[in-house]
Design a protein around this ligand. Sequence first.
Ligand code: GRF
Length: 185
Amino acid sequence: MKRLAIFASGSGSNFEAIAEGCRSGAIVGAEVVLCVCDKAGAYVIERAKKFGVETLVFNPKEFGSKREFEGMIADRMDALGVDLVCLAGYMRIIGDELLERYGGKIINIHPALLPAFPGAHGIRDAFEYGVKVYGVTIHYVDATLDGGKIISQVAVPYEGDDIEELEAMIHKAEHKLYVETINKL
Ligand code: GRF
């Protein structure tokens, strides 16, 4: 079994899609062994508990540096034998410590067709720009913001003017693409 760690800061709908994918067999031969969360009270923690997945919740302010808290995370991942790290709404840039220890094994999902609309507000930025084809990208993580090698993408055509409807469509596409991509990897 390949062992996955999922990093999230918020709701965790992608966490749930991946955990459910492992449980249902849509992702073959993998299990989620750790949920890493930098926000106490984030809903992803409830979802992890529901799936019986260990949670590592930490407050970055309680550490002297990013290297320190990333070292703590990497130590736990080493102990669990993590094979792949999936970022799913983790609102921090991955630093040197994790890149040095888990580089090449960290992937991220972004709710836009990179290299267009990087950053924290991909959906809103694309919507305000007025594009007609939105999408989702999964890529390897390196030291750049949303800039690592692309693994998979899917387009989401939308010409309406309701951003909530658009967000729902993109999240649905994310869940499907993340499960398919992890299964392939
Ligand atoms: C997703 O849109 C993901 O692409 C972005 O953050 C969001 C996380 O949503 N990086 P959720 O917490 O998985 O519901």
